[in-house]
Write a protein that binds this ligand. Structure first.
Ligand code: GRF
Length: 216
């Protein structure tokens, strides 16, 4: 599978994927491009260290968000990617992106969608919302991306227990570690060319027992 990765910030999920490729835990994956919507973010340095080409397509360089999204779709398409991964990409992708890139686009989200998804539900806000809601568990979701935020079909989920006295930072750190493992296991079993419905069927069986465990 030829993989393009879209990022906006820290890049720990990007690093998990690129380390997985480097360590031959993802023999089926070739990272062909990293796209950022922000200049000078840590994720770009991570990509450079792994020798993956990068492009910055920031909103300020385009007349409107649709034109920027079309440029992102075109860059991904021109990279020859089969699959695009949103790994901490913090903006909605609109129709023009999907018009340019016909392959599969998937996203990783740090909660059990549909809980705590949608507008504004990013980063620390997600974990703060989980704690404020009194939920006793949260988790990680990997899902197909559509032009509706955090709403595409779920490919894989892993639960993470909320512990008494948890802070948003502590919960975020435990969830992030699970994200990295689930991302690698999901990419490892992601077929390059199957239809999305075939993929959903396959993933419904779940990742390996190790990857699917509930983190205490
Ligand atoms: C992760 O929690 C991811 O699930 C969410 O944004 C965060 C990005 O973190 N979509 P990082 O940039 O990969 O460290």
């Amino acid at each position: 599978m030829r993989l393009a990765i879209l990022v906006s910030g820290r890049g720990s999920n990007l690093a998990a994927v690129l380390n997985g490729i480097r360590d031959r835990r993802l023999p089926n994956v070739l990272a062909v491009l990293v796209v950022s919507n922000r200049p000078a973010i840590p994720a770009l340095d991570i990509a450079a260290r792994h020798g993956v080409p990068t492009v910055v397509l920031d909103r300020a360089s385009f007349g409107n968000a649709g034109a920027r999204d079309a440029a992102i779709g075109l860059a991904v398409s021109n990279s020859g990617a089969d699959v695009a991964l949103l790994a901490g990409y913090d903006q909605l992708l609109r129709g023009p992106y999907f018009d340019k890139f016909a392959g599969r686009t998937i996203n990783i989200h740090p909660s059990l969608l549909p809980r705590h998804g949608g507008r504004g539900m990013m980063g620390a806000a997600v974990h703060a919302a989980v704690l404020a809601s009194g939920d006793v568990e949260t988790g990680v979701t990997i899902h197909e991306v559509t032009d509706e935020l955090d709403a595409g079909p779920v490919l894989a989920q892993v639960r993470v227990a909320v512990q008494p006295g948890d802070t948003a930072e502590g919960l975020a750190a435990r969830v992030r570690a699970v994200e990295h493992r689930l991302l690698v296991s999901t990419l490892r079993s992601l077929p390059a060319r199957d239809s999305p419905s075939d993929l959903s069927g396959r993933m419904a069986a779940g990742p390996s027992a190790e990857d699917a465990r509930v983190d205490a």
